[in-house]
Design a protein around this ligand. Structure first.
Ligand SMILES: C[S@@+](CC[C@H](N)C(=O)[O-])C[C@H]1O[C@@H](n2cnc3c(N)ncnc32)[C@H](O)[C@@H]1O
Ligand code: SF4
Ligand code: SF4
Length: 396
């Protein structure tokens, strides 16, 4: 009843004075969720009305911003990454305000950092204040050397949900130094303080995860890492393959990798820690045990490549990727220029809207087709179909 009344009121205001309504909703961070959906449904049902045409871009507003909040400098030089060693670039707090003003639909902010470190951003605490005020959840991947008391004290009092991922890779001082070229001690100290404060405030907004880039030596420490996760109140460990050719190679080069993983799964099960491994690894473990695969703890869906059947659409439709200078690109795999977020509201950005219209129809940019690098499962299916124009977005 109340919902119906609200719907009628929104549509009536949208028809009478769309500019005022959109401006008002946007400034109050209400142009998202159910309210945005009501307007989107109306636009879809009445595409030829002038106000629907003017605000067609609302149909393509993303829920998630994947933001390069820092770039070009890292405090570490991990052996599988190297880390950037230029001059640190970063998004300032007031720039983030502008970005959110221009993308009022955002519900989740993911801090990505290339070969840099998000907590090096000098405005990080102010940025957390902004996302909290705007009711936006956050996702962080960090080496955690700069998880200072000031940052922890802010994190534990946020209303926003925080998905906090620590790139740890090892448990012992020796192995951590081998992989990350630094001492693990400050990281553990910071995580112990985080646990203490989470306990003190009975905080349940933070989901803590430990990450491991699995290589042939550090994989030996996975069972110990599960125990560490328990003691730090982390809910999960996520193991990834190493990309690239850094020594000593991916964890599957360790002759005992299957038994190490099985041991880690057994401990994780006992301690009720979620242990995520790559899908292909999971399948190999199941094969190794000689049992049928009944379930997987991974979310990714395997895409079978069939000669003529292409399934799905671009998996980044609900996300926007933004660099520190405000440049918008379609996703984390390609860098086609879709304009600059500092210049205008995203729903008036024609380059962005045209790209999303085409991507939502299953088309892709030529650059989406993977050469010798990892890419999204959708574009992988199109390899070999480069000459089939139906699948490609025209670029000028
Ligand atoms: C590049 S870092 C940037 C964020 C931050 N500096 C950190 O280490 O968490 C993001 C993630 O990529 C992982 N990573 C680095 N090099 C990698 C590689 N060659 N293969 C797979 N993952 C890698 C890191 O361990 C980290 O979890
Ligand atoms: S993995 Fe992260 S911490 Fe390590 S060098 Fe790369 S960016 Fe820096
Ligand atoms: S590579 Fe292309 S299809 Fe894949 S996520 Fe990026 S933009 Fe979308």
């Amino acid at each position: 009843m109340i919902e119906n009344k609200m719907k009628k009121q929104i549509i009536s205001e949208f028809r009478k004075n769309p500019d005022v309504l959109i401006e008002d909703l946007s400034s109050q961070m209400l142009l998202r969720g159910n309210v945005l959906k009501i307007i989107q449904d109306y636009i879809k049902e009445h595409p030829n009305r002038p106000w629907s045409q003017k605000y067609e871009g609302l149909l393509y507003l993303p829920k998630r911003i994947s933001l390069y909040s820092v770039a070009d400098f890292c405090n570490l030089s991990c052996r599988m990454c190297g880390g950037s060693k230029g001059k640190l670039k970063y998004i300032k707090a007031e720039q983030l305000e502008t970005i959110i003003n221009h993308i009022p639909s955002v519900e989740l902010l993911t801090f990505v950092s290339g070969n840099s470190e998000p907590l090096l951003n000098p405005d990080f605490v102010d940025i957390l204040d902004i996302v909290n005020k705007r009711k936006i959840n956050v996702q962080i991947v960090s080496n955690t050397h700069f998880l200072t008391e000031k940052v922890v004290n802010k994190l534990v009092l946020l209303d926003s949900c925080v998905d906090y991922n620590v790139s740890l890779d090892a448990v012992s001082e020796e192995m951590y130094k081998e992989v990350r070229g630094a001492s693990i001690e400050p990281v553990i100290k910071n995580l112990e303080y985080l646990k203490e404060q989470r306990d003190k405030y009975k905080n349940n907004n933070i989901d803590l995860s430990l990450l491991m880039v699995g290589m042939s030596d550090n994989i030996e420490e996975l069972p110990k890492m599960v125990k560490l996760a328990k003691s730090l109140n982390a809910y999960r460990i996520k193991v990834d393959h190493m990309t690239g050719v850094a020594e000593p190679g991916d964890f599957e080069k360790n002759p005992n990798w299957q038994s190490i993983l099985i041991n880690a799964f057994t401990i994780a099960n006992e301690l009720e820690i979620v242990l995520n491994v790559p899908n292909d690894t999971w399948r190999k473990i199941v094969e190794y045990l000689g049992t049928e695969k009944t379930e997987t703890n991974n979310d990714d869906k395997k895409v079978e490549k069939t000669d003529n059947i292409v399934e799905g659409v671009c998996p980044w439709l609900e996300t926007i990727n933004i660099y520190t200078d405000g440049k918008i690109v379609p996703c984390c795999h390609i860098a086609n220029d879709l304009g600059n977020i500092f210049n205008e509201d995203l729903f008036f950005n024609d380059k962005y809207i045209n790209a999303k219209i085409n991507l939502s129809k299953g088309k892709v940019f030529k650059a989406c087709i993977p050469q010798n690098r990892s890419n999204c499962n959708y574009a992988v299916q199109l390899k070999g179909l480069e000459n089939t124009e139906d699948y490609f977005i025209e670029e000028n």
